[in-house]
Design a protein around this ligand. Structure first.
Ligand SMILES: *Cc1c(COP(=O)(O)O)cnc(C)c1O
Length: 397
């Protein structure tokens, strides 16, 4: 008999299920879950951490025995450890993917051929790029919306096939009313996907607000050390879980076990990092708003920020991304990027180190993002050192 081709064998439903022990953990506080979820049973002499399992293939089970793992594109114990931890934090079942973009493209398969996707006008730029390329191929149509304008979004939902939410958005930091949007979408049978990269489950749990699916760039805060590229999806819906697990298996955008191990290692300190980066960001946002070279600051912690009240209502904290506009346009923003010494002039976000960049240096960035806008990813360094460095770069303008 021929062995089944791994490419054609469907994933056997959910690859993650909470064991009794993990269900007890769901009642623990998030900071505790980040440390404890996804560990092997505590057995004398056994390792505390799930090891990196490097195997493409597994020895077959004898007739009548439970099948166990078969092939490395279908399942991996290091994935399962990470997925259990992230699933416990988000309150759903997680699937790790090879990158945030792999998670986003998997989620976009929920739009049927010819369907209509409602998309924030300022989502992560890669999300716009992939949605527009799918639109150019005639696979779907895209409806760009101001995700902070609940009425305007709701007005587009009749006949839509998927509502995409990012909150706060990247890099404009618009805050969506996720609960209101999810209720309106569900009244019309429109599923809701939330990109929760900026918040992490410690700041907001979109599934609790009605989202059907969460996507993550694990590359950012979850892994947290700027050393891996990885993604994930999380859901409570068994139909979506098995569909996306099958997608991962057959399309093959699987995570490397070493990257997954590093991400889980990073996740263990998520609560400390998110707290520290978030409080640093709030201090810096306030000080930046008072600097004469700064013409605008966006951070939901600021009492006069348009997203402040919503953030208070649906988030625990305000996240650690701050956007600033500087006097003097693109050139001035580039000079600040070049003038910092402690901050790293680099793309990406969510690492322990503070980074900044002018977003419009990319041709793919939305044209409604101001030329002089710098996106700051605030890290966990001492806040006075961070401020002193920013201040000298701004003073030099
Ligand atoms: C970086 C990012 C992504 C893409 O993730 P990758 O891991 O780079 O593929 C998606 N969404 C948001 C909000 C991001 O910041």
């Amino acid at each position: 008999m021929n062995a089944p081709d791994p490419a054609t064998v469907p994933a056997e439903g959910p690859s993650v299920s909470l064991t009794g022990r993990d269900e007890a953990r769901v009642r623990l506080a998030p900071a505790t879950l980040a440390v404890t979820a996804g560990r092997p049973e505590a057995v004398a002499g056994a390792p505390l951490n799930t090891p990196v399992v490097l195997s493409s293939t597994y020895v077959a089970a004898p007739p009548g025995a439970p099948p166990g793992p078969v092939y490395g594109r279908w399942t991996n114990d290091t994935w399962t450890a990470f997925e259990t931890a992230l699933g416990a934090l988000e309150g759903g079942n997680a699937l790790v993917m090879s990158s945030g973009m792999a998670a986003i493209s998997a989620a976009l398969t929920l739009v049927p051929l010819g369907g209509r996707l409602v998309l924030p006008r300022h989502p992560y730029s890669g999300t716009t790029v992939i949605a527009e390329s799918l639109a150019a191929e005639g696979r779907l149509t895209v409806e760009p919306v101001d995700i902070a304008d609940t009425d305007a979004v709701v007005a587009t939902l009749d006949g839509a096939d998927l509502l995409w939410v990012e909150s706060p958005t990247n890099p404009m930091l618009e805050v969506a009313d996720l609960g209101a949007l999810a209720r309106a979408a569900h009244e019309r049978d429109v599923p809701v996907v939330a990109d929760n990269t900026f918040c992490t489950p410690l700041v907001m749990r979109p599934l609790d607000h009605g989202a059907d699916l969460v996507v993550h760039s694990v590359t950012k805060y979850l892994a947290g050390h700027s050393d891996v590229v990885l993604g994930a999806v999380v859901t409570r819906r068994p139909d979506l879980l098995s569909r996306l697990a099958a997608h991962r298996t057959t399309h093959g955008a699987i995570a490397g076990p070493v990257e997954t191990y590093l991400a889980l290692r990073g996740l263990r300190t998520l609560a400390l990092r998110v707290d520290r980066a978030g409080s640093n960001a709030a201090v810096l946002a306030r000080r930046l708003a008072g600097h004469p070279a700064v013409t605008g600051v966006r951070h939901p912690s600021l009492p006069d920020d348009p997203g402040h009240a919503r953030a208070l209502a649906q988030m625990r904290g305000f996240g650690a991304i701050v956007s600033v506009e500087v006097r003097g346009g693109a050139d001035a923003a580039e000079r600040v990027s070049a003038g910092v010494r402690l901050w790293v002039h680099a793309t990406s976000l969510g690492g322990v180190e503070s980074t900044l960049e002018r977003r419009r240096r990319y041709p793919t960035e939305a044209l409604t993002v101001p030329e002089s806008l710098l996106r700051l990813s605030v890290g966990i360094e001492d806040v006075e050192d961070l401020w002193a460095d920013l201040e000298q770069a701004l003073d030099a303008l």
